[in-house]
Design a binder for this molecule. Structure first.
Ligand code: SF4
Length: 312
């Protein structure tokens, strides 16, 4: 981070006043483009300081992103987190998909558990699988209500979730971003400048690739390392174990090649996969020996290796 002395501070202040910059960096639409050294300073001084403090006990923070809805982002977040927890890691999932908070449902705790308040802030809910996974989600506050969230409310919720949760000591924070490149994603990426990386999920068709490309570029623009791309609905696994590919396949890998980022792996289709989400038992937990679970274990190991090497 750039060191800024007081004289420079005053000069920058004068220039920014002339440019009508009010230093409300956390609300500024130019945040990712701005090179002003005061940006980090003002932002850190204000809200980000809380997030840094609350998250200091988390070793690795990785966001899961998708260019559009319905491509399996929350499925990947839930199953990647479960895979890591089954490998003995302490995992928390932060559900930043404010309009589609499905993680509690996919873990079977929606309607049975709520976020509580303790002395050090909000206390995440814990899974019922005995894996010690923790969840922070709007679905644990308003499980069934329709809440219309306007811009400042959305930012306020993000702020609560990053700066007012008692995260404690954790190995992983898996963040389920909302689909697309909306302000909810930008808010989150602003608050966690030391994110260890972003994983992007897509399906194969070119239309989906276009949206995934934008999500990948947003992560890079926000300064997050793009750890790679996962391709969902890639081929079909029959109940007999045979794999067929009657749908498009290979789009995730070609996008990864085009953007020069790693291709992390494939999630084939499986008749049971959406049922496990409805049932509230993650696929990798219920079918640990299936090809999808094996592929996701490989994705988890690759991601873990990359973030560990990134810290060295
Ligand atoms: S991000 Fe840059 S332009 Fe925006 S308020 Fe901060 S210093 Fe000013």
């Amino acid at each position: 981070m750039a060191e800024v002395n007081e004289t420079e501070d005053r000069e920058v202040l004068k220039i920014n006043i002339m440019m009508k910059c009010d230093f409300k960096c956390e609300d500024c639409e130019k945040f990712f483009e701005c090179n002003d050294p005061m940006r980090e300073k003002m932002f850190r001084r204000r809200r980000m300081a809380g997030a840094i403090k609350k998250m200091k006990g988390i070793k690795y923070k990785v966001a899961i992103s998708a260019g559009k809805g319905g491509v399996g982002k929350s499925l990947l977040s839930t199953n990647l987190a479960t895979t890591l927890a089954m490998m003995g890691r302490k995992v928390t999932i932060l559900d930043q998909d404010l309009d589609g908070s499905t993680i509690p449902k996919m873990l079977g705790i929606q309607g049975t558990k709520k976020l509580q308040y303790g002395r050090k802030g909000m206390i995440p809910a814990t899974d019922d699988l005995g894996l010690g996974m923790q969840v922070v989600s709007l679905g644990l506050i308003y499980p069934d209500d329709v809440i219309t969230l306007f811009h400042q409310m959305r930012r306020g919720i993000t702020e609560e979730f990053v700066a007012n949760v008692d995260y404690g000591e954790r190995d992983w924070l898996i963040i389920d971003l909302p689909p697309g490149t909306s302000s909810d994603s930008c808010n989150l990426l602003q608050y966690i400048p030391d994110l260890d990386g972003t994983v992007v999920i897509t399906v194969s068709p070119k239309v989906a690739q276009l949206a995934a490309r934008k999500a990948t570029l947003l992560a890079a623009k926000a300064g997050s390392r793009v750890l790679g791309i996962v391709e969902n609905m890639s081929g079909y696994v029959c109940e007999c174990g045979e794999e067929f590919s009657f749908l498009l396949k290979g789009g995730g890998e070609s996008l990864a090649n085009e953007l020069n980022v790693p291709f992390l792996g494939r999630i084939p289709m499986d008749a049971q996969i959406s049922g496990t989400g409805d049932e509230g038992v993650p696929y990798v937990y219920k079918y640990p020996d299936n090809v999808i679970s094996k592929n996701l274990r490989e994705v988890a190991l690759k991601v873990e290796k990359m973030v560990q090497e990134g810290k060295e």
